[in-house]
Design a protein around this ligand. Structure first.
Ligand code: ADP
Ligand code: MG
Ligand code: MG
Length: 250
């Protein structure tokens, strides 16, 4: 599904990713953990094709395509979902209208017909039910004045609607309370399927109390320095990240 090899990337002239390798197969849930500033968000941004990052070496293929050659919209159309894809606040733009436009643009790229208003509402209802969400966020403007938890709910809802092949959820290091973490975790669990892979990027071990990842990776200083099963998350919870410096020095 996703194959990242020797990826190096800069922000400005500062190298942040320093030869990162990551393989994600269909249906797998991977957690990427690591200390603050290790490059977790940079990895998510580079995979999404966000401006401001330059890849200097390595490769990333997604669904058999060279991901790094594609525009961000083309990546989305191929089935890549990034949780911060629509983080912007759009006052005056109704959230339902926005989601419909996003979905129809992806459907169009897949060669599917546009959904009419009735079918779209039916789909929305179905997804709200799966996620145990109510429709209050849909009536509001996109992200405008949303709390951290509401943004997360909206994000998970976007994911449910767009039905991506690979979702990358980058949990920012601040402002997420336990309820927001639970929304993310429940969304991930509800949307798990043999055809959908997910990468959950988190600073918090406690997110993994709710999600059982197939693999856990430790990202430090721009590289994946350790990979394991879910027991690795427990080990990190016990040991923290202090051992990394010692290990990298050795
Ligand atoms: P994480 O998500 O693991 O906390 P980030 O990917 O956000 O880490 O950041 C990795 C490093 O890159 C940090 O040292 C951070 O200061 C730096 N960095 C990230 N974005 C920028 C930017 N736009 N300009 C300069 N430095 C940046
Ligand atoms: Mg950070
Ligand atoms: Mg981050």
């Amino acid at each position: 599904m996703l194959s990242v090899k020797g990826l190096r990337a800069n922000v400005g002239d500062k190298e942040i990713l320093k030869g990162l390798d990551l393989e994600v197969g269909p249906g797998e849930v991977h957690a990427i953990m690591g200390p603050n500033g290790s490059g977790k968000s940079t990895l998510s941004h580079v995979l999404s094709g966000r401006d401001g990052y330059s890849v200097t070496a390595g490769s990333a293929t997604f669904a058999g395509r060279d991901l790094l050659e594609l525009e961000p919209e083309e990546r989305a159309q191929l089935g890549l979902f990034l949780a911060f894809q629509y983080p912007v606040e759009l006052p005056g733009v109704n959230n339902t209208y926005f989601l419909k436009a996003a979905l129809n643009s992806i459907r169009k790229a897949r060669g599917e017909s546009e959904l009419d208003a009735v079918s779209f509402l039916r789909l929305i209802k179905e997804k709200l039910k799966i996620l145990h969400l109510d429709d209050s966020l849909l009536k509001r403007a996109v992200n405008a004045g949303f709390s951290g938890g509401e943004k997360k709910r909206n994000e998970i809802f976007q994911m449910a609607l767009l039905e991506p092949k690979l979702a990358i959820l980058d949990e920012t290091d601040s402002g997420l309370d336990i309820d927001a973490l639970r929304v993310v975790a429940e969304g991930v669990n509800a949307l798990r399927s043999p055809e959908r892979s997910m990468i959950v990027v988190t600073h918090y071990q406690r997110l993994l109390d709710y999600i059982q990842p197939d693999y856990v990776h430790v990202l430090a200083r721009g590289r994946i320095i350790r990979s394991g099963g879910k027991e690795l998350a427990l080990e990190l919870e016990e040991k923290g990240y202090g051992w990394i410096d010692a290990e990298l020095a050795a």
